[in-house]
Structure formats: structure tokens, C-alpha cells
Design a protein around this ligand. Structure first.
Ligand code: FES
Length: 164
């Protein structure tokens, strides 16, 4: 009987991370592009990549962690299948984005800054998507949506088949 070869995920992650670091470490301002590459590869920024990135870029772990937590774009935990971001910055707030966020929480059965138990969706509040002239704005995955209202939001969630 042949033995199954067990490769712990963290070992594979380490190999992939080393490749990403090698691709970015010599470029000026490497931290942000490297974090983008890590998130593109893993879907989020696993906590165990912070120390090796800090060592490679001659930064403190606090500096790397600070950047990861400062930018809402970066996820510290594996996100759901769909990531929904609703803008709560000034222009969108003045056009009703807080009410949209509440509606999304209710319809999705998911509180802001969390992932629903079935991993179908992560709901985030963000602060400016660069679509201020079309407030209130939101983003689903890579797609931006402007001039949102309750009906458009409901229709969008129905299209994604995300109702709780
Ligand atoms: S304030 Fe919402 S997109 Fe800029």
C-alpha cells in the first residue's frame, strides 16, 4: 500500500511566499506591491507572512502589520466567495450609504467586517472607492457600482443569489 505524501499548507505557503518576495524585494517601495501580490495569491494576508515580509524588507513586524490593517483592501482572514464593499466616506454617507450598509447586513445576514458562516460573502465598509461623483458607491469583487439605492442593492444581491 502506498503512503500518501502529506504536505502541510504552511510549507507550500512558505515556498510561494519566498517566490513573491524574490519578485518584489528589490523594487523601491516594495511593501505595497508585495502585499497586493500575496493577497492575489492567497486571497488574503495570512498572519504568518508578516514576519518573513518584515525580515525581507528590513521593516518591523509592526510596520507591515500597520499597513495591512490600515488599508481596507487587505483581508487578514480568508474572505467569502463574494466580497461586498460599501463606501462610508463623506460623499457616499451624505447620499445614504449607511442605510445601504444596514440593508446589506439585514439581507445578507452578515454584519459589517465579517464573513457569513457559509463563506458565501464578506461584507466590508470602505472609505472611498474613487466614485464620489456617483455616490453612494459600492464594489462587488472587482466591479464598481454607483448611484446605488435600496432597490438596486436588492437586485444586485438577488443576482448574486446571496440573500440569507
Ligand atoms: S466617498 Fe464614496 S466613492 Fe468616494
Amino acid at each position: 500500500m502506498s503512503k500518501l505524501r502529506y504536505i502541510p499548507l504552511h510549507t507550500e505557503t512558505t515556498v510561494q511566499l519566498k517566490t513573491l518576495i524574490a519578485q518584489h524585494e528589490n523594487q523601491p517601495g516594495a511593501l505595497l506591491p508585495l502585499l497586493h501580490a500575496v493577497q492575489a495569491k492567497f486571497g488574503y494576508i495570512p498572519s504568518d507572512v508578516v514576519a518573513p515580509i518584515a525580515r525581507a524588507l528590513n521593516l518591523s513586524r509592526a510596520e507591515v502589520h500597520g499597513v495591512v490593517t490600515y488599508y481596507h483592501h487587505f483581508h487578514e482572514h480568508k474572505p467569502g466567495k463574494h466580497v461586498i464593499q460599501i463606501c462610508l466616506a463623506e460623499a457616499c454617507q451624505s447620499c445614504g450609504s449607511e442605510a445601504l450598509l444596514k440593508q446589506a447586513e439585514t439581507e445578507l445576514g452578515c454584519t459589517v467586517h465579517s464573513t457569513r458562516a457559509d463563506q458565501a460573502v464578506t461584507l466590508e465598509a470602505v472609505y472611498c472607492l474613487g466614485l464620489c461623483a456617483s455616490s453612494p458607491a459600492m464594489q462587488v469583487g472587482e466591479r464598481l457600482f454607483g448611484r446605488m439605492d435600496n432597490q438596486k442593492l436588492r437586485s444586485l444581491l438577488n443576482q448574486l443569489e446571496l440573500s440569507a
